[in-house]
Design a protein around this ligand. Structure first.
Ligand code: ZN
Length: 250
């Protein structure tokens, strides 16, 4: 007997969405759960490079308020990095991206916007990445080489889109957990120290666009200590272009 009419509207909605959720889970979960495996089995995808080098990377920018602070801090430290930008942000804040390149940093792609790929959308994936790559190329005169999908969720569609756009997917081997509201420069430094080794790729964020308001200050505050610790350990710090990982267009 069909008793669905007795269910509340919310329950009926949940029941109706169940098949959608199942498709989304099948689509996303394998990619999300393989991140630890990636570091072991696919070191280049994780961003493992030259053992004497650490790749410094920032996600989610450009941000007109916070990114310039990172550019100044990096200049004071004499270090260059790779910035994984979002295409819609590049369109809104082109001068920040121009300045990033002018200071010698590398610009890579984090996608067009920071959406979660709930359902497979291979055509949209290709369109979004090509648009983002074209926007960066038009602004900077350079083709981006690297692609890091939002949340590290590299679906088969996004993998294929990256190849179509001539980009090499790169995730990370260590992060600073700098996106949380309770992060501090000290907590970011210790999270990095726990996971970062020579040859690693470090993920930080130069904006709070996708995270707790103002949390970029924790990453910014941690930056000098992280760089000094790397140098003290005999490691150089720089962009992915100098990390010894084969690049997308290389
Ligand atoms: Zn992100």
């Amino acid at each position: 007997m069909d008793t669905s009419w007795r269910q509340s509207p919310a329950r009926r909605t949940a029941a109706a969405l169940a098949p959608v959720a199942a498709v989304a889970a099948a689509h996303i979960v394998p990619a999300a759960t393989w991140l630890p495996v990636v570091r072991r089995r696919f070191p280049r995808l994780a961003g493992t490079g030259h053992p004497g080098h650490v790749a410094l990377t920032f996600d989610d920018g450009p941000d007109p308020e916070s990114t310039p602070r990172f550019l100044d801090a990096l200049e004071a430290l004499g270090v260059r990095a790779t910035f994984f930008v979002l295409g819609d942000g590049v369109l809104r804040h082109p001068s920040v991206v121009r300045e990033t390149v002018r200071r010698g940093h590398e610009v890579a792609l984090h996608g067009w916007s920071h959406d979660r790929p709930w359902l497979p959308g291979p055509v949209d994936d290709v369109r979004a990445l090509l648009r983002a790559a074209g926007t960066v190329r038009e602004l900077t005169g350079h083709d981006p080489r690297w692609y890091r999908p939002p949340y590290g969720i590299l679906t088969s569609g996004r993998w294929a889109a990256a190849r179509t756009a001539g980009l090499r997917p790169v995730l990370w081997t260590a992060w600073g957990r700098d996106w949380t509201a309770d992060a501090t420069p000290a907590s970011v430094r210790s999270a990095v120290a726990a996971g970062l080794r020579g040859g690693g790729t470090l993920l930080l964020h130069d904006t709070d666009r996708m995270s707790a308001p103002g949390c970029w200050r924790s990453a910014l505050g941690a930056l000098p200590g992280i760089v000094h610790a790397c140098h003290a350990a005999g490691l150089s710090v720089g962009p992915l272009a100098e990390h010894g990982v084969p690049g997308g267009r290389a």
